[in-house]
Design a protein around this ligand. Sequence first.
Ligand code: NAP
Ligand code: MG
Length: 496
Amino acid sequence: MEYKNFINGKWVGSKNKEKFENRNPANWDELIGVFPKSGAEDVDDAVAAAEEAFKKWRLVPAPKRGEILFRTGELLRKHKEEISRDMTREMGKIIQETRGDTQEGIDTAYYAAGEGRRLFGETTPAELPNKFAMSIRQPIGVCGIISPWNFPMAIPTWKIFPALLCGNTVVFKPASDTPLTAVRLVEILAEAGLPAGVVNLVHGTGSGVGTPLVEHPRVRLISFTGSSDVGKQIAASGGKTLKRISLELGGKNAQIVMDDADLKLAVEGALWGAFGTTGQRCTATSRLILHEKIKDDFLSMFLERVEGLKLGNGLDSRTDVGPLVNKAQREQIQSYVDIGLGEGAKLVAGGKAYEEGECQKGWFYEPTVFDGVEPDMRIAQEEIFGPVLSVLKAGSLSEAIAILNNSDYGLSSSIYTSDVNTAHVAMRDIEAGITYINGPTIGAEVHLPFGGVKDTGNGHRESGTAVLDVFTEWKSIYVDYSGRLQKAQIDAVTIE
Ligand code: NAP
Ligand code: MG
């Protein structure tokens, strides 16, 4: 039950000997484990190990690095069930979803492994004779990886696997709500044959471990997924050492349902989008924009389904919705519900903590729906990150898209329609990094770019081949075999 940091290939305690507990959010009597509450000295050790390991790792051929990731995928597959069960115990989402989270790590491992035999640069003609030109990708160095708790396997693998494939070394600071899944991932990377120091794990808080990692002068890159507030702090303080900073931040995602949509399908989508992972997804459906012609019909079908959702322990296969991750998260949800009521929105489902039966020892909250929400209300603008859905009304496609775009965020989006013209206008005009047609706002696949516009990030993308641009530097190489000084732009080649 007592877990450690992983530095230079060894499991070690923190220098300050401090510890923190990890408990089950569905039953706070259940202790999952005790983890080191590390500090700046531990970060220093981890960075030193990663820097040393980089000297050799960067020279390992990329296809061979890929083979270790392939073995990592095989091991994740072998241990998928136990990893997923532990993940449900430590952060609460239902077992079907934690299996999906682990599967995303497996998919990412295989995808990254394949990239080891590509990692393409370009060869291109030079403008001068007897000269050869090409570009290659090079690793950057020590990468600091800071991840949230809602996808404790998938998100770290989106970052760590491509980082390693590209030849970088890693210091990983997981969310303090999900340290166990991080231990499982690092154990498997070590078992797959990753050399000592290539991945290092340091447990602890955002200020105790995250801040020294971001400020560390020898960390060359920070890849962060989390809230926009923390992302802005990281961009500012990491900018002082001119490190590369890749940020994946919050969302306020909307699903539009047009009057020509398949309403049954749209109800399924909204239910899954809003209440999957108890609404604690960066891509969760937080706003539902209904065409006025179908609004009443849609809402009555939808609310009937919301009433039927079963709350409980995520390990019970009958459970639809697990607990929130912790006490602070439940307090935040309640405060937003109070804000919504104060703004004059109409509560049509949920609206309070759920404490029936076995749920009384967990951070459960009723699936909550507000009708009559206006676009500028705070519950329509701010990320709530819980099972709270705001319903808005639109009279036309252009009004629906305008409402959707009236947000500081731009991560995911969705429209249900049976009109191909409507779908194409939406694909073009919605301001978001991801748009689904006739699917909910959640459900990304690992071989397409993932990320958002506006306050959702700073222009980087994870997943797909786009992530390689995060974890490599381009180098342009010119080979002049003319045997004389040739000046680009000056020695013009004349064509007789
Ligand atoms: P968070 O509070 O921003 O924390 C994210 C991570 O940063 C955690 O590991 C946290 O450590 C660490 N951290 C906190 N303060 C820090 C600081 N000053 N310096 C460095 N690191 C720091 O976010 P969260 O509450 O865990 O996650 C929810 C947020 O993540 C939501 O806003 C959600 O939209 C966003 N999210 C975005 C995506 C995406 O891809 N766009 C995906 C998932 C989640 P501790 O755990 O120890 O506090
Ligand atoms: Mg926990």
